[in-house]
Design a protein around this ligand. Structure first.
Ligand SMILES: Cc1cc2nc3c(=O)[nH]c(=O)nc-3n(C[C@H](O)[C@H](O)[C@H](O)COP(=O)(O)OP(=O)(O)OC[C@H]3O[C@@H](n4cnc5c(N)ncnc54)[C@H](O)[C@@H]3O)c2cc1C
Length: 481
């Protein structure tokens, strides 16, 4: 064989090998379409056969669905964007009220900065409505794909340092309860129902519409800080929070195995204008590239090192870059969208008091290393205290440690995830903390009660407002009895 032919054959073989390896590494099946009576949530771990899905567009349709479910003996599970991860928005054989089409903005009072929306509206839709008015949402999650009703029902929180969780920004709402009545709820009208529905996981009725405080869509100047985790709590408490012009701050902990949870990079945003800006809303870019790097970090330790380095270099805003409030509340999520029949990416969140932050992180690192946890992201936020919600996690000021973890779907993989979660819940509770409830239900009732001492009172109130247990979901079915 001539040298040329040998070279051509070897090159072809190498190319074929590389193409095969790339296909093996980066091909992901898309999530399978489910029959109309089967649903799942964002974890992919809660495949459930339900009775039927009803997608109301009017209040009359919601009333009719509730009435007929009651008459026919069906349970009702209420679902928003279904991004909770533990079956909180579903129940076997139930009528699932899919609220996504009940999504109109009903009114805006620019003077009072109050907006009234139907509960199925997503933050993204609301941002599109508010942005031309120079207004913005006060408190919401980092990403904007969730519904207002689903966010109120978990009492969501995000980047905002000043206002605590979402409940603090709710002026009032109307709810359709199990007896077929519509009740107005606020801090002065039906205050008990107001408190229990916020963070109430859809167990008290269907939130129809809500009036929320909104704020000026200010511009903010970014500053990036790179420190050691020992300094992080002090940096938040003594540098960021005392500066009244800084409204947002968040920090990422290293996922690089060599510097795991030790190196920290964070961003703080300082108010740069007090006028309502109408800058174009920015959408996620470079999705395929970032998905590629994210996938490497999901599969390999060297991928975690690489992604952390790239993140430090390219992810954070340039010093002095300005962004509006609406654009800060648009954390990219397409890059992490993932489906696999054998594994899943899940979120968890632990709240720890500032003086326990370092010991908790040391304990967390030990758990991750000992249990070989596939950690994809670790973010730290500050949560201001707020007691508007009855089942409250923001009982004092906390640092929230948000973990994004890849877990195997097999029985052994789920059992490992369960053991890890229970260990972390115990650690956070021992440290005077708690954990966030919209995620996978790996814990048992005693752990829930340790983290939420008022849980039995909460379930008693559910039965008081809904004696026939019409509103049902995986969370109540597992812990409510
Ligand atoms: C990628 C990702 C990022 C996230 N980031 C954050 C974050 O930054 N901060 C944070 O706090 N959380 C975060 N979460 C969690 C998220 O806030 C919750 O899962 C939230 O419930 C999602 O809203 P949803 O519309 O998907 O609600 P769903 O998951 O559909 O429902 C959640 C609960 O609300 C109830 N519900 C929904 N609509 C109504 C209604 N109209 N009336 C009464 N009850 C209702 C449901 O029954 C259910 O119990 C994140 C989740 C994911 C997957």
């Amino acid at each position: 064989m001539s040298k040329l032919k040998i070279f051509a054959s070897v090159s072809a073989a190498v190319l074929l090998f590389l193409a095969g390896a790339a296909a093996f590494l980066f091909y992901h099946p898309s999530s399978p379409a489910l029959p109309p009576n089967e649903i799942n949530d964002a974890s992919g771990l809660n495949h459930t056969v339900i009775g039927e899905v009803v997608s109301p567009m009017t209040e009359d349709e919601i009333r009719a669905a509730v009435k007929s479910a009651k008459e026919e003996g069906f349970k009702i599970a209420i679902s928003g964007a279904r991004h909770s991860m533990g079956g909180q928005s579903m129940h076997p054989d139930a009528l699932v009220l899919d609220m996504l089409h009940y999504d109109r903005v009903l009114s805006l009072d620019v003077e009072k900065k109050l907006v009234t929306v139907q509960s199925g509206v997503t933050w993204r839709e609301l941002q599109e409505y508010l942005n031309p008015e120079g207004l913005a949402v006060m408190v919401m999650q980092g990403p904007n794909l969730f519904t207002v009703g689903g966010s109120m029902s978990v009492n969501a929180h995000g980047w905002d340092l000043r206002n605590g969780p979402l409940a603090s920004t709710v002026e009032s709402f109307r709810i359709l309860t199990a007896d077929g009545m519509v009740r107005n709820c606020s801090r002065t009208e039906n205050p008990e129902l107001f408190r229990v529905v916020l963070g109430g996981y859809g167990l008290f009725g269907v939130i129809l519409d809500a009036t929320l405080h909104v704020t000026t869509n200010n511009a903010y100047k970014a500053s990036v800080f790179q420190i050691d985790y020992h300094q992080l709590a002090d940096y938040f408490l003594n540098t960021i929070l005392p500066n009244a012009d800084i409204d947002f701050g968040e920090a990422d902990l290293s996922i690089d195995p060599k510097t795991l949870l030790r190196d920290v990079v964070g961003v703080a945003y300082t108010r740069a204008s007090d006028t309502g800006r109408t800058d174009a809303l920015q959408n996620e870019i470079n999705v395929s590239r970032d998905r590629f790097y994210f996938d490497l970090s999901r599969r390999f330790d060297w991928g975690k090192t690489l992604r952390w380095r790239l993140q430090i270099r390219h992810e954070y805003p340039q010093p002095g870059a300005t962004r509006t409030r609406n654009n800060i509340f648009r954390t990219p999520v397409e890059r992490i969208r993932y489906y696999s029949p054998s594994d899943s990416d899940i979120l968890q969140e632990y709240f720890v008091p500032p003086d326990k932050f370092v010991p908790f992180i040391d304990e967390l690192r030990a758990v991750i290393e000992r249990r070989h946890v596939n950690l994809l992201n670790a973010t730290v936020r500050y949560i201001a205290p707020n007691d508007d919600a009855f089942l409250n996690y923001a009982r004092r000021d906390y640092f929230a440690v948000v973990l994004y973890i890849n877990v195997k779907s097999s029985l052994a993989g789920q059992s490992a995830a369960r053991e890890m979660t229970r260990e972390l819940i115990d650690l956070s509770v021992e440290d005077g903390g708690t954990f966030y409830l919209p995620y996978v239900l790996y814990y048992d009732k005693s752990e829930l009660a340790a983290a939420y001492p008022k849980i039995d009172e909460f379930f008693d109130m559910k039965r008081e407002y809904d004696p026939g247990e019409l509103f049902m979901n995986g969370f109540y079915a597992k812990y409510g009895k």
